[in-house]
Design a protein around this ligand. Structure first.
Ligand code: NIG
Ligand code: FE
Length: 399
C-alpha cells in the first residue's frame, strides 16, 4: 500500500542516505539536522531541516537517527514446525550438518497452505517490526514439484524477491538417484516454480549438491530467466563461490570458508558501487546458531569485495529475523566497523538483490525507512539486543 499526500520526516539528528557523495561523504552519505519528504510512497526530497518543504503530514524524529529500511537478502520463511531440540543438541556439542533440513521438509509437506502462509506472515511481520522493509524469501522445504510451486506462490504474496531453492538437499525418496532428482529440478519443478520466482539458488556443499549438479541446475534456471544466487562455502571450503562468480551470480551466500583465490575472484567482479559485482552475503546468525567460526568480513572488505549482511532466517541454522542482531554480530565477531555493517545490511542487501530502489534514501527511491530510538546508527551495534526501532515507514506508510 502506498500513502497518498505528502509526509515530512522532520527533525532528523542523523540521516543515513547511502547516497554516495551526499552529506558528509563516505558510503553512508550522512546528513545532520535533516528532513526527508515522502510523496506517493517515494522519497521526494532530502535536505536540511531548516528549509524543508511544507507537507500534508509530519513525523517528528525528535533528533534521532533515520536509516534506510534493512534489506534482508537471504531468508527461508516458507516452512512448518521448528527444530528447537536440534538447536539444544548443538549447544550441547552436536555438529550442524544440514541433515535436519529433511525434518523440516516432512513438516512442510504435511502442512496446509494456510499454515505456511501464516508462518510467512508472522515472520515477515516480525522482521518488519525490527526494521526490515525488503525481504527475499526462498522455497526449499517442499522438494516436490507441487510443494516447491506452492511454497513460491505463497512467498510471492509477500515479496518481489522470491527464490527457487528446489536444490536445497536431495530428498529422501531420491537418496540413491541424485541424477534423477537434478533432472526433475531442471525439468518439471523449474517449469512449475519459475512463474513465481525471480531467482534460483543451490546449496552447493558436500552432502547437498556437488559443483557439476549445481552448475547444471543454475544454468537451467538462468535459461528460464532467473537470476543466480548460491549457498556457498558454508560448512567447509569448496567450489561454490567460484561457481557463482563464473555464472555471474548476484550473490554468493555464507562465505564462511574462503581461500585467497575465492576472495580474489570475488574482488575481480567489481567494487561496492559496481552494479554487476557478485556480492558476498554473510549470515552471522548461522554461525551464532551452529556455534561455528564466523566468516572474515574484514578480509573481504579490505580486498574490495561488496559485502551484504542477511539473517538466513530458517528453523535450522539461524532462527532469527533480526537484522540489528546480525549487525551487532558482524561488528563484534567479524571485525566490520558499525558503518560497514549498517551499509551491508541496507545498500549491500540491495546490491545482492540487484535493486536500486531500496537500501538508499534519495529522490525516487522507495520511502522505506526506520527511525531509531537512538541518536546515531552506531547504537545498532553498541546496544545489542535492545529494541531500537522506534518507527518504520514502508512505501511511505507508517507501520
Ligand atoms: O542457509 N545451508 C542450507 N540451508 C540453510 C539451512 C537450512 C536448515 O538447516 O534448515 C542455511 O543455513
Ligand atoms: Fe540459507
Amino acid at each position: 500500500m502506498r500513502s497518498s499526500g505528502s509526509l515530512l520526516v522532520d527533525n532528523i539528528g542523523e540521516l543515513v542516505t547511502n547516497a554516495p557523495g551526499e552529506g558528509e561523504g563516505g558510503p553512508l552519505g550522512v546528513h545532520r539536522d535533516a528532513a526527508l519528504l515522502v510523496e506517493d510512497g517515494l522519497v521526494a526530497w532530502v535536505g536540511p531541516a531548516r528549509g524543508a518543504p511544507a507537507a500534508d503530514r509530519r513525523v517528528d524524529a525528535a533528533g534521532a537517527a533515520v536509516l534506510p529500511g534493512f534489506v534482508d537478502s537471504h531468508a527461508h520463511l516458507v516452512f512448518a514446525g521448528d527444530r528447537a531440540a536440534e538447536f539444544a543438541a548443538r549447544m550441547a556439542g552436536e555438529p550442524y550438518t544440514g541433515g535436519g533440513i529433511r525434518t523440516t521438509v516432512g513438516a512442510t509437506r504435511a502442512a496446509p497452505d494456510s499454515e505456511l502462509r501464516g508462518n510467512v506472515r508472522r515472520l515477515r511481520d516480525e522482521a518488519l517490526r525490527q526494521g526490515t522493509t525488503t525481504i527475499e524469501i526462498k522455497s526449499g522445504y517442499g522438494l516436490t514439484v507441487a510443494d516447491e510451486a506452492r511454497s513460491l506462490r505463497i512467498a510471492a504474496e509477500f515479496s518481489e524477491d522470491t527464490t527457487f531453492l528446489g536444490a536445497h538437499v536431495v530428498p529422501a525418496e531420491y537418496a540413491d538417484r541424485p541424477d534423477d532428482y537434478v533432472g526433475m529440478v531442471c525439468g518439471p519443478m523449474l517449469a512449475a516454480a519459475a512463474p513465481y520466482a525471480r531467482w534460483i539458488d543451490v546449496f552447493c556443499e558436500r552432502g547437498a549438491f556437488d559443483v557439476d549438479h549445481a552448475r547444471a541446475i543454475l544454468a537451467c534456471g538462468q535459461a528460464a530467466g532467473l537470476g543466480v544466487r548460491v549457498h556457498a562455502n558454508q560448512l567447509g571450503p569448496g567450489p561454490g563461490v567460484q561457481l557463482g562468480v563464473e555464472l555471474g551470480a548476484a550473490s554468493v551466500d555464507h562465505c564462511t570458508h574462503l581461500s585467497d583465490a575465492d576472495i580474489d575472484a570475488l574482488a575481480a567482479t567489481g567494487t561496492r558501487d559496481g552494479a554487476t559485482s557478485t556480492v558476498a552475503t554473510l549470515l552471522p546468525g548461522a554461525e551464532f546458531s551452529t556455534r561455528s567460526p564466523y566468516p572474515d568480513a574484514r578480509r573481504l572488505v579490505d580486498a574490495g569485495v561488496t559485502v551484504a549482511l542477511a539473517t538466513d532466517c530458517n528453523p535450522g541454522s539461524s532462527y532469527t529475523s533480526s537484522m540489528p542482531f546480525c549487525i551487532a554480530l558482524a561488528v563484534r565477531e567479524m571485525r566490520m566497523t558499525p558503518a560497514e555493517a549498517v551499509w551491508a545490511a541496507t545498500a549491500g542487501g540491495a546490491l545482492a538483490l540487484r535493486r536500486d530502489d531500496v537500501g538508499v534514501l534519495r529522490p525516487g527511491a522507495r520511502a522505506d525507512l526506520i527511525v531509531l530510538d537512538a541518536p546515531t546508527h552506531l547504537h545498532l551495534a553498541y546496544r545489542p539486543g535492545v529494541p531500537l526501532i522506534r518507527q518504520v515507514l514502508h512505501n511511505g506508510v507508517p507501520q
